[in-house]
Ligand binder design. Sequence first.
Ligand SMILES: [Zn+2]
Length: 101
Amino acid sequence: MENIEIKCGICKNFKTLDKFHKRTRGKYGVANNCKECGNEKSRKYHETYKEGLNKIARLYYAENREKVSEKMKLYYQKNREKILERTKLYHQMKNPKSPQF
Ligand SMILES: [Zn+2]
């Protein structure tokens, strides 16, 4: 069993079973690509994935930064009185003995 060499699906080299990760669903109970290729594959996958995520976050932020701050500005303009009132009340509650009130 240990002497069997199988072909790696990626590098196409014949390697002994111990050079492959175990996969119960695989033909010989191992993955169809060798450990080396498997590591390379997952490393690349993670790099691509990480890069992709950063790119998406950056894009989202760049695209929405103006929208978000515009929204905040509008909200503030529309609710300025309410916000000011709320802030006043908040301070009043925090400092009930404040001479201002
Ligand atoms: Zn390989």
